[in-house]
Every structure is written in structure tokens, then in C-alpha cells.
Design a protein around this ligand. Sequence first.
Ligand SMILES: [Zn+2]
Length: 467
Amino acid sequence: MALRFFNTLTQELEVFHPQKDNTVRMYTCGPTVYNFVHIGNFRTFTFQDLLRRWLRYRGYQLNHVMNVTDVDDKIIANAAKEQKSIEEYTQGFTKAFFEDAAALRLEQPEHVAPAIKHIPEMIEAIQKLAAKNYTYTNDGSTYFRIANFSQYGKLSHNDFAGIRSGARVDVDEYDKADARDFVLWKGRKGNERFWTSPFGDGRPGWHIECSAMAMSYLGETLDIHAGGVDLIFPHHENEIAQSESITGKPFARFWLHSEHLHIESQKMSKSLGNFYTLRDLLDTGYQPEAIRYLLASVPYRKKLNFTFDGLKAAAKSIERLRDFEARVASAKLPAGRNEALSARSAAAIRQFEEAMDDDLNTAEALAAVFEYVRAIHSALDEHRFQEENRWDTARVLEIFDSVFDVLKPGAAEAAILSNGEIDGYIQERQQAKKSRDFARADEIRALLETKGILLEDSKEGVRWKRK
Ligand SMILES: [Zn+2]
């Protein structure tokens, strides 16, 4: 069976090929950098990483663009509050995002596109919409007239026929009941950051950012556009309306959306106190591989219930696989090859491939691997496993790990220090100072600095902050 994805646009499982040559042109909506990214978002980014890796396994090259939303309402307000420029304010959160992504072993897209560096492309896109009469201006802001795009609602499968009244919405995020003409360019307010444009001083809305950047890097029609389900409406619906109104062509052939993540069966929210960033989870002592494994183990279109029991089980699963790998590598084996076991390895690879081809069914793929591991353990116990079978098994694990990427232990220098580890180092440094071992104390300060932790000695004790 060929590689298939569930397409939100058609609501069908469809065979996937790129539109031309061997390259997949893919756009994914990246982080909004006004805070540390939470674990629910990292579920989406982990799904996109699996998608990348599986496309490559299937022989495709990738041209993947991910934006970084660094111009939006919250960012502008927060930066102003802290009396910083947008760039100064977002820099640290952008850096933290890529550190977290590296800890979760997420591959870097071929292009990372910060919105703030693409304002001229956004202005140009709005001009094209204006030339085709899709826009109007009110009170200094420019809006998209959804009544002029007859297919509005085709991605979210909503019928908006009754509510196209010319009413407007200025905020970037709103729900279906609030579907109204959305803002493309927000008129300048007071002293906030603005750009000049043919339609006045102001700044772009969130939706036009993605349309303009996606098309400027990847052309008029993308092969895949992916994101979390929460982006289907209004964000992706609006991206389609803008892009297709400009080009008259389909904006993306495949729309892939990953489901929500719940924590211990509850919606994640600040008020429930179950709002976790990756750093919070690392503070509980779990390795990033275990978090990656848990996020990857549930097929992306199913809701994922993130629990601490699940995290424990994920760590155990990784341990079982690493133990298995070590046993196969170190076992003393008779020469030759057991053909039946070679065939068993080939079958495991086939099952793994079929599961991943089936809309990235990671649960099935893992089941195939663990069944295989059990079978080979028995073969080893019963002395049926021979020297040349070792290479078959290595191949199975190599394929598994090219997607799941959890077998190799994390490189210590790449790991982010948890708050607990930092406190440990600080205590050790205090101890060293007390016993007048200043060389060791300096060493610890330098070591923390290489990991982005700055220490500040004060009368009240030692304070630290992340660079
Ligand atoms: Zn987007």
C-alpha cells in the first residue's frame, strides 16, 4: 500500500505524492514567541518531525518552511510593557524554543521564517488582494471581505452563508460563531511599533503573515500544510481565503492537523495549574527522550492524554529497547544465519512501514517493533539466533530509530539543565567557596555559563537566570 494521509480539506485518506519532482513543499505554523512553548504545542511539532522523517524514509526530499510568529498583539503589548523592542523581547523565547526542540530531537526545517523579516511580502500580498477588490478599509485598518470568497469555510467544513454581513473582527483569534471579515493590516495605535505601507501606518494581521511567507518560499501551491487542530479555524481557513483569492489556485493539496493534548485527562490550562513547558517536565527528572516517545506514541489524529504514568511507561519502553539492542550486540552467537529469523526481521520492517504509511500510525508501528523484540528475545533464549541475524536486527532498530529517535542516549552538552540540576550546581559551588576551593567554584560558574545559565551573587544569596 502506498503512503496515505488524512486530508482535513477532503476529509479522506488520500495517497500522497508531491506535485512535481521528488521534493515535498511543506509549510508548518511555528511558535508564537511570547513565552516558553508548552507541551501541547510540542505534540504538534513532534508530529511534524515524524512526518518529515517518514517522508524522507520514503525517498522524498524536503523543502519545509516554518514561520516564527514574532509580530502579534501579545508580543507588541508585552514588549512595550518591558520597554523593549520586539526583537529584544522575542529573542530569548525564540532561542529557548530551538533549545527545547533540539532536546526533543526535532529536526530543523529547511527554512525558519521570522514574520518580522517578511513585512514587505505581506504588504505586497495585501496589495494584490486590494487590486482584486477583496479588501476594504475602516478606521485605518484593512479587512478581508469574506463574502467575496465563495469557498470560505471549506477547510473547517462550516457553512458561513448566513453570517457574511460585513461585520469585522480585529483580533487574530476568534471562534466559528464569530466568523467575520478579518483584519489584514491593523492601523497604527498610539506609540506601538508600526510599519509604513500604501494603506497607512500599521502592522500585519497574523493570518496574512503565513500566506505571504508560505507562498514566497514555496510557490503558489504547497504539497502539505500542517498544524494543530486549533489552527483549522480561523487561521488556516483565512490563509486559504487570502492565498486562493490572490492566485486562483489551490493553496495546499494536503492539510494535516494533529489533535489536542490533555494532561491527566484534563484540558491544559493555566488556571488548573497543569500548564507544562518542556522545562517544567525536565524538572521532574524525566529524560527528553521519554517525553518525545510519549508524544510520538499516539497517532497524531487521536487525542493524547499525557500522564505521568504514561511518561514512566515511555521511559521503561526506551529502556527495554536499549537493553534489547545491547543484548543483541553483545551476545556470543554461533556462526551462520537462521533464515526463519531473517524472514521474521523482514516481516517486522514490512509491518512497521505499512503502519507508518497508513497516516503515520505510530501505535501500530511500535506494536510491530515490540512484538519483534519479544520474538528475538525468545530466539536468543533458545539459542536459535545466529551471528548473521545480528545485522538483520540492527537494520530493524535502525529503521525504527530513524523515525522515533530515542535509542541513543542524550548528549549531555545538548541537554537543557533543569531547575533542580542548576540548584544542585549552585549548592556545590557554595560548598566549594566555603572550603576555599575557588578553582572549583569558578569551574562551576563557567560550566553553567556554557549552558546558558548566568549566576549573580548578591547579599541574599545566589540568583540565576537563563541567558
Ligand atoms: Zn500559520
